[in-house]
Design a protein around this ligand. Sequence first.
Ligand SMILES: [Fe+2]
Ligand SMILES: [Fe+2]
Length: 283
Amino acid sequence: MKIYLRGIKQEDFKPFIFDSDEFVSSLKKADIVVSAADEMIPSEKHTIVKTEGGWLLNTPTLQIKVKDLGLLRAIYEVSVMEKRFRETFIHVERFKKLVGNLLKSLIVMMEVEDENGLSHSQRVTDLTAEFAGFLGLSSEIIEFLKDAVMLHDVGRVGLEQLLLYTPTRLRVLESKESDHTVVGSLLLATLEYFDEYIPIARSHHERWDGRGYPDGLKGERIPFLARIVAIVDWYDWAVNTVSSEFEGGPLDTETALKKIDSMAGRNFDPELAKAFIKFMKQR
Ligand SMILES: [Fe+2]
Ligand SMILES: [Fe+2]
């Protein structure tokens, strides 16, 4: 019997279809030859046709000829499962894109744009992705960061609304800047499939010395990607925000980098802070 794997690489298919030991041994018994084929079968239909001396199963990814219909049924079940698995995966990806884009729009609408039309979260996202490339992180992680960092301050959405419309609560909320990390992580936790974004939203204001918020995590207990975002986030705030902390308005790049250098080991992961300064200087 021959199994033709069409349109996908044999290695990609193997772990899924040959998952069960029982199935693998039944395949061995039947002495099945698996061979990869390049083109997809155009029809999306699964058909079982009686042919000379056996049965023929056609699926979008498999074409199987077999003498015994029992084994054929087993193979068929697995191929249907595979199809469902792929469909579910596509639905989840679509859902994540849709909800993610909605949240990103809310964030962009809420934040102040600079002269280039970019807001804090957009700038931090772009710079973090660039810095991650400098650090040699994989393209998967960089793609992940593009989504995750856009949502790092998502918890501000609700808080800003409260600040705007309930002046009596202004003082209380202003003194609770840390709330946006908790609100953000709770919001992400309530959305299905968004939990992977929680570590950055929750921990990007933690400090290397353990004096950050909201959990007071110390050193390497702070999630690695959150440690990266912490530096870029602070840098963006320093060079773009008019703050009463800095006389004469926002800092220039050089001064901001000097400050980051002096904060390394206290506020920031010292290795990452060193790398960030190097990255910004050669940029
Ligand atoms: Fe933040
Ligand atoms: Fe931020």
